[in-house]
Design a protein around this ligand. Structure first.
Ligand SMILES: *[C@@H]1O[C@H](CO)[C@@H](O)[C@H](O)[C@H]1NC(C)=O
Ligand SMILES: *[C@@H]1O[C@H](CO)[C@@H](O)[C@H](O)[C@H]1NC(C)=O
Ligand SMILES: *[C@@H]1O[C@H](CO)[C@@H](O)[C@H](O)[C@H]1NC(C)=O
Ligand SMILES: *[C@@H]1O[C@H](CO)[C@@H](O)[C@H](O)[C@H]1NC(C)=O
Length: 538
């Protein structure tokens, strides 16, 4: 298909207001970046120290990868060390390889071309083969096939989604990470033929944020111009999926909606037999998602940006498939995946025990578990202790999770899965609802200021597909700390939409960053009682 790219004319699905809303995390980045730096540095230190003590062979690792729990985590870490170690080795070896590749005749090699290089040319070719054979990495039959079946690869792209561009290719596909180039060798006549033989994709699923998020995402070139294809230095027997962690993956909502779900959509069908290739490699994100990634792929993730190898694959997908916020549209999924499939996958990746939340039996003294997602800097509950006491009095067993607890994703996934009800003021922390058992209840506290529409698209609309129940608690003018800052006749109270219209920054600083919530305990208790009745039996 020959779809033309026409990004600039595309509009975000929910109109201009939504577009503004989606910028929020960008601003959050600026705030958070300073916070996260020490953590990142520490992480880097650990990984680098571990590399030197690495002893496990890759084969051993691969055979162990199917095990679960803590052992899996350890193995994953070792895998990452191997990636690092491999990179150091490559660094020593690659210059030599590259030299000989540069002098080798272009492929497909005709006898004329070899002849024109004379005896020296043939010698160079042999030397190169020796290097390759020593490494045991290049599949000779692949290169022979260049000669035998010249038009064997296929490229197809889809640029019609407003969320992402994707290209799929199979046959003889070669990836050079350092130059972010994917070579489709000998593209067949029914392939997508980009103008000038090259098409570029930013492999992150927020395509409509062209001038913001997507600027943080490296462009990957896909070329069908194979007059001088690179020689393989590493041959993989499994397909690859290439994506970027360069967007705003430090925000957990975006990690889930831009990365985790699209990755599931794209790579799950290979049942582990898939190589993940990451550009804009963000160590923190990769480490945070290690259980998920380890379940998705049997192989260590490859950091492409510094990778000077030419990696050859039987098939490659560039870009990951995103359908909507925090959701999957089965009709758009090649394999017809649903959010239920996604939840099952998460439950298995994180060894979660409860697929369903079953009602607690009051007569036998069971208490339903309620998880309170805390926020500290903004949209915090100023009278949280009272709110928690109210929930306890109603009959809940209350579990409290602050930002520091949430950081350990695997541990926290188990905590979430053990609960029946999740309560929190609108914010990225609520994304952890993906770990709740089905039929659990989510209570979203919507801050003051006509914020409903934004809150709905993130944490209301996606819930039915996950089998979760939704309860909304909208903060009144009496419950926001904005009343200590603005008089009641101010537009903040009389016409919040006017504030939205004054610009995104203003809306953001007043309604999202500028308020805490002092909950009306009487009203809150009433809501808690209703939910309690619903999640218990006698
Ligand atoms: C391309 O993607 C769009 C939207 O994601 C989808 O509706 C369409 O069916 C896809 N086209 C092909 C040929 O797969
Ligand atoms: C294709 O190449 C021509 C000539 O080099 C150039 O003018 C044109 O802009 C190129 N088109 C694209 C889409 O890059
Ligand atoms: C709840 O517990 C009581 C007392 O243990 C028991 O008699 C009753 O059958 C239980 N109800 C259900 C629905 O299991
Ligand atoms: C909200 O509460 C936190 C924690 O007490 C405080 O640091 C912050 O300044 C408060 N923000 C507003 C807008 O009142």
């Amino acid at each position: 298909m020959k779809a033309r790219r026409n990004e600039s004319s595309k509009k975000p699905r929910c109109g201009g207001a939504a577009a503004a809303w989606l910028l929020v995390p960008l601003l959050v980045l600026i705030v958070l970046k300073t916070d996260s730096l020490p953590h990142l540095a520490r992480l880097r230190e650990t990984i680098v120290t571990q590399v030197s003590v690495e002893t496990v062979s890759e084969h051993e690792l691969r055979s162990k990868v199917s095990s679960s729990g803590l052992e899996r985590e350890k193995i994953w870490q070792q895998q990452q060390q191997l990636v690092e170690a491999a990179k150091f080795k490559d660094a020593e070896r690659l210059p030599k390889t590259t030299d000989s590749v540069a002098e080798a005749p272009p492929s497909p090699a005709s006898s004329d071309e070899i002849a024109s290089h004379g005896v020296d040319g043939i010698k160079d070719l042999k030397d190169e083969k020796n290097i390759v054979a020593m490494n045991g990495e290049v599949d000779g039959s692949l290169r022979n096939s260049d000669v035998a079946t010249p038009r064997s690869s296929k490229l197809s792209c889809n640029f019609s989604s407003e969320r992402m561009d994707v290209c799929a290719m199979d046959g003889d596909i070669r990836v050079h990470g350092k130059s972010a180039t994917v070579y489709v060798v000998a593209a067949s006549n029914d392939s997508y033929r980009p103008e000038n033989g090259t098409v570029t994709i930013r492999p992150y699923s927020r395509k409509w944020e062209i001038s913001t998020t997507m600027q943080m995402v490296r462009e990957v070139r896909i070329t069908t111009d194979d007059t001088a294809p690179q020689q393989c230095t590493v041959t993989h027997s499994v397909p690859a999926v290439l994506f970027s962690t360069g967007g705003y993956s430090y925000n957990f909502f975006h990690t889930m909606t831009d990365l985790v779900i699209p990755l599931f959509n794209t790579a799950r069908e290979y049942d582990g037999h898939v190589q993940l290739l990451v550009t804009d490699f963000d160590r923190t994100t990769i480490f945070k998602l290690r259980h998920f990634l380890g379940k998705l792929s049997d192989f260590p993730v490859i950091d492409l940006d510094a990778d000077d190898a030419v990696r050859c694959f039987p098939a490659v997908r560039v870009g990951i498939e995103s359908h909507k916020e925090l959701g999957i549209i089965p009709a758009l999924s090649r394999k017809g995946y649903t959010m239920k499939d996604f939840q099952d996958f998460l439950q298995s990746a994180y060894s979660l025990k409860r697929a369903w939340a079953t009602p607690a039996n009051r007569s036998s003294g069971q208490r339903p578990r309620l998880l309170m997602m805390q926020r500290r800097k903004s949209r915090a509950l100023t009278n949280e202790e009272d709110a928690l006491a109210a929930a306890r009095d109603v009959g809940f067993e209350v579990v409290v999770a602050g930002p520091e607890v949430v950081k350990n994703m695997a541990q926290f996934a188990e905590v979430v899965n053990s609960c029946d009800v999740m309560v929190g003021v609108h914010g990225a922390g609520l994304t952890n609802l993906v770990f709740l058992p089905r039929s659990a209840t989510v209570v979203q506290i919507v801050p003051w200021g006509e914020m409903k529409w934004a809150c709905w698209s993130a944490f209301r609309d996606p819930l039915p597909d996950m089998g979760l129940r939704y309860v909304e608690y909208e903060v009144t003018a009496d419950e926001t700390t904005l009343k200590d800052v603005y008089p009641r006749d101010h537009a903040v109270f009389t016409n919040p939409l006017a504030i939205h219209n004054e610009g995104f920054g203003k809306m953001w600083s007043i309604f999202l960053e500028g308020q805490n919530v002092t909950i009306d305990i009487g009203r809150f208790t009433g809501v808690m009682r209703q939910i309690y009745q619903f999640v218990t039996i006698s």
